[in-house]
Design a protein around this ligand. Structure first.
Ligand code: SF4
Length: 367
């Protein structure tokens, strides 16, 4: 058990540190005090204390593969460089044969999760999306299918004219094992009206995950930070997923995603700073007392910062991915994938235990 001794020059942190020490839940005001403090080392130390109690020195990763069946999208989120209109140069929608070919040419036997997200292509029926899951499950029955965000569930419900529950039941019948956490961006209406007005509302996103949890699925939650949102909105976002986690216990992990700056419409003048990234991961760890893990997403923040974050509250470095497209279309400068060796090097370099996991955090192997 790690011992927490705080000796910060920032006295406003002391009250928050006392709450952390006593295992008390932090409020939005506490979160703001953390964001407003310049004492990164103390914030990191607090987050590390909480993470040590939950995970010790364990750090997890998975061998997974990203698949984006279409980039045609009815929405036009301001931060998105991935979407295309139908017929636009670079627009694509994979047929089932193309999908299988895409996977076959990249697959290796270590892969145990397909991570599937894409555009909201209104020119395809809900059956198309069901087919993607069904086709992959049939061809790769041992690989977990992590498919379609809460925003996509809302989109499917609209195009098929059926409830969220019916959408999810159909997907589960087709082979869905879990839902990724995307589409959450920032869960406030002010943000969504400005940044992704055509996409699922805050309530829709939460309802999609609540329904999935009721149907027995475990799911993921993200937060896309670094554009027009206020610090308070980030904390409201965290509070909303924390409330749902209190209700259902269905989230596996929280993943802060630094927004990428390529699209001028995103209103992002420059990349998020290293300090903001580390603080946001640490504050997520401190606010989300009911989440088992906070994940560092190397695609958006780079491997070096990912490694440092392992000493400030994170306990997961995601996975091998094989080919990331969405963040790179938005301007990510990082590698599109990492090998197992690279992930293990990164974890061990932080003095942690490198644990290869499956989708549900069962340990496959200690490296
Ligand atoms: S983020 Fe997703 S929903 Fe928004 S425009 Fe891009 S592909 Fe479409």
């Amino acid at each position: 058990m790690s011992i927490l001794t705080i000796n910060s020059r920032d006295k406003s942190l002391q009250a928050v540190a006392d709450k952390v020490k006593n295992g008390e839940r932090l409020s939005i005001q506490d979160g703001l005090a953390l964001y407003e403090s310049n004492d990164l080392l103390t914030i990191g130390q607090l987050a590390d204390y909480v993470n040590q109690q939950k995970n010790g020195d364990n750090v997890y990763f998975i061998q997974n593969m990203y698949i984006n069946p279409t980039n045609v999208c009815e929405a036009s989120c301001k931060f998105c460089g991935f979407r295309r209109d139908l017929g636009e140069e670079g627009a694509y929608t994979m047929s089932m044969d193309e999908l299988l070919h895409y996977v076959e040419t990249r697959f290796h036997p270590g892969v145990r999760e397909f991570h599937i997200v894409g555009g909201h292509n209104q020119h395809m029926a809900f059956d198309y999306y069901l087919d993607t899951v069904r086709t992959l499950k049939r061809a790769y029955p041992d690989v977990a299918i992590k498919a379609y965000t809460g925003a996509e569930i809302e989109f499917f419900s609209r195009i098929a004219g059926i409830s969220f529950r019916d959408v999810l039941e159909e997907l589960i019948k087709a082979g869905l094992d879990t839902m990724p956490g995307g589409g959450a961006e920032i869960l406030t209406e002010r943000y969504r009206e400005k940044m992704s007005p055509e996409k699922a509302s805050t309530d829709d996103w939460l309802r999609a995950h609540r329904t999935a949890h009721e149907l027995g699925l475990k799911t993921h939650a993200t937060m896309l930070y670094g554009s027009i949102e206020t610090l308070e909105e980030r904390l409201i976002h965290m509070e909303r997923v924390r409330q749902l986690q209190d209700e259902t216990g269905g989230f596996l992990v929280f993943i802060p995603l630094a927004v990428q700056p390529k699209k001028v419409t995103a209103g992002v003048k420059r990349r998020t700073s290293a300090i903001d990234d580390l603080k946001t991961m640490a504050i997520s760890r401190l606010m989300l007392d009911n989440f088992p893990h906070v994940k560092a997403y190397f695609i958006n923040i780079g491997t070096q910062l990912t490694q440092v974050s392992l000493t400030m509250g994170t306990s997961d470095v995601h996975g091998t991915l094989i080919e990331e497209r969405i963040s790179h279309a938005a301007g990510a400068l990082t590698q599109q994938a990492l090998t197992v060796d690279e992930l293990v090097w990164l974890i061990k370099g932080a003095g942690k235990k490198a644990l290869e996991r499956d989708t549900f955090y069962n340990i496959i192997k200690e490296h």
